[in-house]
Design a binder for this molecule. Structure first.
Ligand code: DHB
Ligand code: MG
Length: 629
């Protein structure tokens, strides 16, 4: 599979872009004219520099306002094209993209456009070059790939072909199915982009909001299935105009692009089996059964404090590591490790971020398959030296310095706790009915949210839920939840735009840690709450106003409401499905725990309660004089 990306998709100068694109694994670039013009160096030198990076120039673009011009303007357009042909030959590329004209004087007419392209095809052929024609969604006369194809068909020249761009087709809500009937060898090039479904002017949407396939709401897979069914065998190229990406880390964006392309083409070959997709075999999206463990890096008094907090939540200290300074806490299926090592991954996390989650273990059917898919998508395996008797549990590096371990179902999966940990003789303390991890909440800067959701949804069988706004009194936090179809693993990704929000403050305080809270499930929060109180748990205090408000909004029996108020339990409902939650106080720069009772069919996370929770957390921070950015 020949992969390619338009230089306009990422930030930096040309050299920085090429370094990032080559490192991410792409085979070629669409050179956007401006990236070349602003570079110092002759076209020949630029071409050489690109090839020295192991990259091919798959396309030179864009050539604008070519077809259907009258009189002298038409002659001028052909002169311009000849000059660009000179340039292409110097650069070393044979294909130019002509996008449909937006020129105010462009005349319409399919035949006229076909004649112009036929003549241009002749001139290109004389130099061994080819011309591709693309319908811009906002083209003056041509704005539909079916019209562009009709023009190319009538131009009837071996050196003239069609260029398809998923955005222009899907953005205009055109069906891609007609593409199946186009001869594959007349499709010269394919550009891919996704976009969030927002109703706005097409040109503005395209130039600012495109994103990687899988990051938006368009059916790019359906589009590409039609293209492959047509027999297309050329480069598959990303052309992403996105304001955020233009200002982000070029390597991170290029790696996301590569990941999105590979995941997309894997989906295409699985759903369109007749299509010839030249991609090495790797396992399909991985099904996971949820979180097997969460590991904190913590030392000294903070580690002891974390242990005390876990005890007030009903966790029992069940063991300590044979060789390392790690304690293990358990309740129901929830396992939490507290790692105080001074070497290795936990130690480097602690050095960089202080007390924070350094590792998450997920339950999967095959850890080897999970690592194989992750590697195919560009992730790196993670390992560190094993001590005597330690098991080599497969792991990868996630985003933002995180590590993910993969554990297989018991009995094999249980081994690590039996083999590496010595059972503590600690007295059995009371549990509080916590059964499993309902969800993990990760915080990141707003601009990294798409990366994180793509990471999870391309590797695992997880789907995005609608994005919601969490209202912090000091700014909005965007929240994107993702989950497995059966809800066994749920993750909320919270994107903070300012350090003044609670989420942003956590990011600043923890120097970019990601897991900000863990939510534990209970089957009966009204039984759990008094048990927690007996254990000395201090819930986050929710003001009386909140309970007046939910009494007005929902039908809640008075004794139920009183019990909720007494235990600081918050409430939400989706139809008949109810949801209850309560929170711990924060520690370590803003980490906290949540306890939820999720009624059958409730899909959310208590979003409407977030402002109350955040305001209460901020009150506590102010009372304690904690730093607030
Ligand atoms: O926004 C544009 O002008 C533009 C240019 C070239 C393309 O291939 C495209 O899809 C859009
Ligand atoms: Mg395009």
């Amino acid at each position: 599979m020949k992969t390619s990306i338009a230089t306009v998709s990422i930030s930096g100068n040309l050299l920085e872009k090429l370094d990032a694109i080559a490192k991410a694994g792409f085979g070629g670039i669409e050179i956007f004219e401006q990236d070349f013009l602003t570079h110092e160096g002759t076209p020949r030198e630029v071409g050489q520099m690109i090839r020295d990076h192991g990259l091919e120039i798959t396309l030179f673009q864009p050539f604008r306002d070519f077809e259907c011009l009258p009189g002298a303007l038409r002659d001028k357009a052909f002169d311009r094209a000849e000059r660009k042909f000179d340039l292409m030959q110097e650069l070393g590329t044979d294909l130019v993209l002509i996008c449909s004209s937006v020129h105010p004087q462009a005349l319409g007419g399919i035949e006229r456009a076909a004649d112009d392209l036929n003549e241009l095809g002749g001139r290109a052929a004389a130099r061994g070059l080819r011309v591709g024609y693309e319908a811009l969604a906002w083209g003056r006369h041509v704005n539909d790939h079916r019209d562009a194809w009709e023009i190319v068909r009538r131009a009837d020249h071996d050196n003239v072909g069609l260029i398809l761009d998923s955005f222009h087709t899907l953005g205009r809500k055109l069906s891609p199915e007609s593409i199946r009937a186009i001869p594959g060898d007349k499709i010269f090039f394919v550009q891919l982009a996704d976009a969030p479904q927002i109703d706005m002017d097409l040109l503005y949407w395209s130039r600012h909001f495109r994103n990687m396939p899988g990051e938006g709401d368009l059916d790019v897979t359906g589009f590409m299935r039609a293209v492959m069914a047509a027999g297309y065998q050329g480069p598959i190229s990303l052309e992403i105009f996105n304001d955020q990406f233009r200002g982000s880390n070029p390597l991170a964006v290029a790696q996301d692009g590569y990941r999105s392309l590979v995941a997309l083409m894997d989906d295409v070959r699985r759903t369109e089996p007749s299509a010839a997709v030249a991609l090495p075999a790797f396992p399909p999206r991985i099904e996971t059964d949820g979180v097997a463990f969460v590991e904190f890096a913590a030392r000294g008094e903070a580690a002891a404090g974390l242990g005390r907090t876990l005890a007030t939540l009903g966790f029992r200290r069940v063991g300590s590591h044979r060789n390392k300074s790690i304690t293990l806490w358990q309740q129901g299926e929830v396992r939490i490790a507290v790692n105080s090592e001074t070497e290795g991954h936990a130690a480097s996390t602690w050095n960089a971020r202080g007390t924070s989650v350094c590792d998450v273990g997920l339950s999967v059917r095959s850890a080897a398959d999970t690592v194989a898919r992750a590697q195919a998508l560009g992730a790196h395996p993670f390992g560190q030296p094993l001590g005597p008797g330690e098991l080599d549990i497969p792991a990868i590096r996630g985003l933002g310095g995180s590590v993910l371990h993969f554990l297989e179902p018991e009995p094999e999966g249980a081994q690590v706790w039996d083999v590496e940990f010595v059972t503590d003789a600690a007295p059995q303390t009371a549990e509080a009915g916590l059964t499993r991890i309902d969800h993990l909440a990760q915080t990141m800067s707003y601009e990294d949210m798409l990366s994180w959701s793509l990471f999870y949804t391309s590797l695992f069988d997880m789907h995005k839920m609608p994005m919601i706004d969490v209202v912090d009194p000091d700014g909005l936090v965007r929240s994107q939840a993702i989950g497995t179809p059966d809800g066994s693993l749920r993750i909320t990704l919270n994107g903070a735009e300012t350090h003044r929000t609670l989420a942003g403050n956590f990011l600043a305080e923890s120097f970019g840690a990601s897991v900000q809270h863990l939510a534990f499930a209970t089957d009966d929060i009204f039984a759990t709450a008094p048990q927690l109180a007996d254990l000395g748990f201090e819930a986050l205090v929710i003001p009386a106003n909140y309970y007046d408000d939910i009494a007005a909004r929902f039908d809640i029996a008075p004794d139920r409401l009183a019990a909720m108020k007494a235990a600081n339990i918050l409430y939400d409902a989706e139809g008949e499905a109810e949801f209850f939650q309560l929170f711990s106080r924060s520690f370590a720069g803003g980490v906290f725990f949540e306890i939820v009772q999720r009624g059958e069919g409730y899909k959310g996370f208590g979003g409407p309660n977030a402002p109350f929770r955040i305001a209460a957390q901020k009150r506590l921070m102010r009372a304690k004089g904690m730093p607030q950015k």
